[in-house]
Design a protein around this ligand. Structure first.
Ligand SMILES: CC(=O)[C@@H](O)[C@H](O)COP(=O)(O)O
Ligand SMILES: NCC(=O)COP(=O)(O)O
Length: 250
């Protein structure tokens, strides 16, 4: 069922979904048991995360099926499962029942998610996916570019959310380009709310570029991963070395 005609109320507080994929990237570099993203999720929640996001890629390069199953049992806030629109992923989502699913485009050869999903170009398959997941009470979010055609198509599928891809904003090389991308994101957010969608955003957000996105009227949740995990590695390093040194000395 489409959302049209039901303007979404504007949320007043922007929440933070912490994407813990790259804790698993470090673990998978050695195919070992540490660092465990489940422990990472507990610490992120203690630090104030409002939600935990993981992307179960088809190639399982970082997050594994076991991680998603355990996170479902341990996450105290909400669990956002990012996944491709494939039968395998739909069946995993139906079994695990995350608090919501964000459907993303995926290519095996990409380093990270390139561009948003083409909901407009495959609307009947996408509408069917929404019916399958939302009839099981799993709200669907489309990870799309700030593009009016995609936003209108997203609303017609009946999905509850979109996540605006902030990659072009994050990668802008000049202030003028960045301002232009921010304006696209603002207009997109307004359009989505007017069509009854709730609006999240993410990709490439950092400590330096997040503030203007966090103040966009109507923005609900920002999903941020790489920048937070990168900082965590560095701010934790001194303590980690001290702890090893004290064992060696004793
Ligand atoms: C869809 C998205 O933006 C996130 O999944 C992010 O890309 C982290 O995962 P990868 O680094 O595997 O792309
Ligand atoms: N959907 C975006 C996300 O979960 C995190 O992306 P990034 O901060 O790792 O680029």
């Amino acid at each position: 069922m489409s959302n049209q005609g039901r303007k979404q109320e504007q949320p007043t507080i922007v929440t933070l979904g912490v994407n813990i994929d790259h804790i698993a990237t470090i673990r998978q570099a050695r195919r070992t048991i540490e660092p465990d993203p489940i422990a990472g999720a507990v610490l992120a929640e203690l630090g104030g995360a409002d939600g935990i996001t993981v992307h179960l890629r088809e190639d399982r390069r970082h997050i594994q099926d076991r991680d998603v199953r355990l996170l479902r049992e341990t996450v105290q806030t909400h669990l956002n499962l990012e996944m491709a629109a494939t039968p395998e992923m739909i069946s995993i989502a139906l079994e695990i029942k995350p608090d919501y699913v964000t459907v993303v485009p995926e290519k095996r050869e990409e380093v990270t998610t390139e561009g948003g999903l083409d909901v407009a170009g495959d609307s009947s398959r996408m509408t069917h996916l929404v019916e399958q997941l939302q009839s099981a009470e799993i709200p669907v979010s489309w990870f799309i570019d700030p593009d009016s055609r995609q936003i209108e198509a997203a609303a017609k599928t009946g999905a509850k959310f979109i996540e605006l891809h902030t990659g072009r904003y994050a990668e802008a090389k000049t202030e003028t380009t960045r301002e232009g991308e921010l304006a696209h994101l603002q207009e997109s957010c307004e359009l989505a709310l007017s069509l009854g969608l709730r609006v999240n955003a993410g990709h490439g957000l950092t400590y330096h570029n997040v503030a203007p996105i966090a103040t966009l009227p109507g923005m609900e949740e920002l999903n941020i991963g790489h920048s937070i995990i990168s900082r965590a590695v560095l701010v934790g390093l001194e303590r980690a070395v001290r702890e090893m040194k004290s064992i060696i000395k004793s």
